[in-house]
Design a protein around this ligand. Sequence first.
Ligand code: 5RP
Length: 267
Amino acid sequence: MSSSTTTQEQAQLVEASKRQAAYQAVKDYLLPEYTRIGIGSGSTVVYVVEAIAALGPSVTSKMAFYPTGSQSEELIEAAGLNLQYISKLPAGEQLDVAFDGADEVDEDLNLIKGGGACLWQEKIVATSAKRFVCVADFRKLSPRLGTAWKKGIPIEVLPMAAPRVLDELRRMGALEPRIRPGVPGKAGAIVTDNGLWIVDAPFLPLLLSKDTESGAQNEDREKGVWTVDALADRLIKIPGVAEIGLFYGSNGLQVASGAQKPVAAYF
Ligand code: 5RP
């Protein structure tokens, strides 16, 4: 078997896994009585929307779909689903469920998100939902965040603050944090749907809170090793940081924002 065939077969396996995970998630977590559905971003979510559209108008016509950026807005419209905006969701009301992908998932269901630069709106939609369903294929599971996804934690930043944010990330032990470039071959940074930039900050694999119950945390932090929640707490406080691509803790979204926890990761 040639190496190109192997690569092609691997790509097919990955696509089949994403599709299977998406259809399973929709089957298990899109209840017919739901009326407000959040739709995340990325290539896995394409299959989520496909699976929802396949249910047909008898199910979907009573539902409204809330995007996390321009990509999912286009997906919802192209599938003929009813597009609505989270900005119009009245205060005190919630989405029934939100579906989204992830770049990496650890055993406590902490997530790295933002590989597609949509993390800020993704977090708003996820935390506006009663239930957040993370749809992830077999490549995404790892014991510690930073093991499978090595590009770093995506951080959405105000462009004028980017150099200062990079300085602070280096002081915190990030390994070569960098501003994410835009279109290949063209100078300049990627610009998010919110007009901001993305900084990718690789850290050594992140510890789970339970790893540090022994009290070794401070010593580890000096070596650039952080727990997920300690790092998240610190990153979000850097001036110029709008949002971070850590969705953390099996109870993390609940603790961080008052919304619900991720309930499922499919592999
Ligand atoms: C976009 C995201 C995506 O959910 C994440 O990058 C996963 O993408 P894919 O399904 O293409 O692997 O967070 O900002």
